[in-house]
Design a protein around this ligand. Structure first.
Ligand code: PA5
Length: 453
């Protein structure tokens, strides 16, 4: 079994969660884990991500690397168009790992803001632009709208013929409007399997093409996930299996009234990993009026804003810290005898040590303030370990969802706003609801509009 150096430090979970309490959940965990791996639970058709060796094969990795290299040769910016699971995974990896001189990746279609897209196109004016439009359904409004904009932009910039080779669509094999457009125009396409939902798709072509474009080693990313799977599969004891332990601990805390999990990073480049994590757990578990609310803070920045609340506000929070290894530089150098800023005691210390001390100090203070915490750690933030960490969370999320009693693979609640929006915008097929909804929007009960004068 590969030895995946991914650890959980659970010292600050006691007395709320102890090894004995997790051990006592062994049978329940085995059931949840088997439900996931054997496909006996709700949503079992969406487990194509379970094996990172087959979600993309080695041959497909070669194809993705080939397309990425070709796009890189012919552009200096890739615009990735997608929303939710269709962009958060690639953005998480790119922002965590891309070198500062890597080919630029921009994102579009994750909102419908005029200003955002106008600014984006202004930034792209003098660039050679390629596009990867990603939509599993091929019908999601936000990316479809952004794709209309970007398609015209690239066609105008490069000419209609050249644009064909600068646009790659990642979508369903047969279904959806995007597949139709891609087939009609003749774009290159990559496929998302029927059995992989968006938020579990980072290690498929959805995530891998943009990640490869940014110059990140997708083979290592995949290998980290493959090795993490082997390690999880080989260990049934939750006290030796971080994925089972994490799933158990967060559910034990939830049952005690700790209804919000704060995911905490101390590295700004983890911002989108945190956003990805929030989507994974929020969309997978938030059903039947239950589930932990996945929230986040980024320290030490937020210690000077939300830190007060975490330390002394209402007690319903626990924290999951993520630590990703030390860096050597920069080191605080102070000439001897120069202590006017009272930092002499830090002379010779790398910033990373000061950041680590801030983390340890915070975890202790918050525990004393009644906020249990655990710390997930990988020794280095590189493609291999990030691949392992992503897979770890996906796997823990599947188990946690079944422990909670929900289907971790659907998202029926996302449809409610979509139907309303279609009706309000007058989409064909929604005519019956349009009048009622427009009336509901216009209705302002007495006293509901507050203004000056
Ligand atoms: O995780 C999910 O399934 C969702 O977040 C989807 O990724 C998101 O709604 C975008 O869907 P699509 O890829 O079909 O455009």
């Amino acid at each position: 079994m590969p030895n995946i150096p991914l650890t959980i430090d659970a010292a600050h979970l006691a007395p709320n969660v102890t090894p004995a309490m997790v051990g006592a959940w062994q049978d329940r965990l085995r059931w949840a884990s088997d439900t996931l791996t054997k496909g006996t639970g709700a949503g079992s058709d969406f487990r194509g991500w379970l094996d990172p060796a087959t979600i993309v094969t080695e041959a497909e990795i070669g194809e993705i690397e080939g397309i990425a290299a070709d796009l890189r040769d012919n552009s200096d910016t890739l615009v990735v168009i997608g929303i939710g699971g269709s962009y958060l995974g690639s953005r998480a990896v790119i922002e965590a790992l891309a070198a500062h001189d890597a080919p630029k990746v921009e994102f579009a279609g994750q909102n419908i803001s005029s200003r955002y897209h106008t600014d984006l196109m202004a930034r792209l004016q003098n660039k050679r632009v390629a596009v990867n439009v990603v939509s599993k359904s091929g019908t999601t409004t936000e990316p479809a709208v952004a794709f209309r904009l970007m398609r015209s932009f690239v066609e105008k910039q490069a000419g209609a013929d050249a644009a064909k080779s600068l646009i790659v669509a990642t979508t369903d094999k047969n279904k959806g409007a995007l597949r139709k457009v891609a087939n009609e125009i003749g774009y290159r396409t990559l496929t998302i399997g029927d059995d992989v939902g968006g938020r579990y798709s980072v290690l498929s072509a959805v995530g891998l093409l943009p990640i490869a474009y940014a110059g990140i080693d997708i083979k290592s990313l995949r290998q980290g996930a493959i090795d993490c799977k082997a390690a999880i599969d080989a260990e049934a004891d939750p006290l030796k299996n971080p994925a089972l332990f994490y799933a158990a601990a967060r559910n034990l805390l939830y049952n005690q009234g700790f209804v919000t999990e704060l995911f905490v990073g101390f590295e700004p480049r983890l911002h989108y990993l945190i956003e990805w994590w929030k989507q994974l757990f929020g969309e997978s578990e938030g059903k039947d009026h239950s589930a932990l609310f996945p929230a986040s803070v980024e320290f030490t920045t937020d210690l000077h804003s939300m830190g007060q609340y975490v330390q002394q506000g209402r007690r319903f929070l626990f924290e999951t810290f993520v630590q990703v290894g030390a860096e050597g530089e920069p080191v605080l150098s102070l000439p001897e005898g120069d202590d006017a800023d009272e930092l002499g005691y830090l002379a010779g210390k790398p910033l990373t040590d000061i950041n680590h001390a801030a983390f340890e100090a915070t975890a202790l203070a918050h525990r004393d303030g009644g906020v249990p915490s655990m710390t997930l750690a990988i020794p280095t933030l590189d493609a291999y370990h990030l691949g392992a960490l992503l897979y770890f969370f996906e796997r823990a999320c599947g188990v946690s969802g079944y422990l909670l009693g929900v289907n971790p693979f659907d998202q029926p609640g996302v449809e409610a706003y979509k139907k309303n929006m279609f009706a309000l915008l007058g989409k064909p097929g929604y005519e019956n609801q349009t009048a009622t909804l427009r009336e509901a929007v216009a209705q302002k009960p007495e006293g509901s509009m507050i203004s000056f004068g």
